[in-house]
Design a protein around this ligand. Sequence first.
Ligand code: NAD
Length: 259
Amino acid sequence: MPTTAVTGSASGIGAAVCAQLEKAGHTIIGIDRKTDDNFTSIAADLSTAEGRQNAIDLVYQQSNGVLDGLVCCAGLGVTAPNCGLIVEVNYFGVTSLVTGLYDALRQGEQASVVVIGSVAANQQVAAPHPMALAMLDSDEALATKLANEDQQAHIAYAASKFAVTSWSRQTAVKWGGNGIRVNVVAPGAVETPLHQASKDDARYGEAVRNFVAPIGRNSEAEEIASVVTFLQSNQASFIHGSVLFVDGGMDAMMRANSF
Ligand code: NAD
């Protein structure tokens, strides 16, 4: 029975991933700001170095140092309390956990890591932004400072998702030889509390509500979780370093010639 840790397990995509992986026979270790009664779970704040280390230590304890899967769903959207937090959770909360759990994943059976990115990673502002470069340089203080000075939550979000996607692909190249697959799932608009908050937001709500995928609707969290569950199975044994858009055609609509 594979053991898989899932961050952001208490809500939205993470909760749907836990339910589907459990059904597929995985033992789940959930990680979120609060514990969950449904499965083994860890309360940790992934926005801080101490919280991340606490999560890593407890996953080692609860998995006996052997992890077959890690799915990083925890994240904040444009309604986060401040822009620095978006960077801290969406980038450093992911990269620290993936790196910190490397030894446990190495002990796992055909281990697989999935990071939840976003279609927003491909926005023009994201890639060259100094915030993204500071993240990829592992400079948390600078990236957070730039995000808080800028106060443009959509840019902090896009930059954090660009950086975490790029980092995941670089990590896939490094880790492939050690038998650990690493992939990114990039959703479009998914009906979760995060997305509802964005739709209700005074600053971003109208743009979010008007950005509709070619398929004509938003997705349910279960439609993202089913792709994650596939990636965590042996049926996906040669998918490595990929970004899978699960977005109803949003990426195709924005950049049909980039693939
Ligand atoms: P959600 O708000 O329903 O769930 C996010 C979870 O992350 C929550 O349970 C929350 O408690 C947890 N979390 C946030 N900050 C944390 C912290 N500091 N420490 C520990 N846990 C923390 O949101 P969701 O829509 O399910 O989002 C999941 C992921 O999907 C995020 O990375 C988000 O960026 C990404 N995403 C969502 C959408 C969408 O439309 N919903 C689109 C693209 C990408």
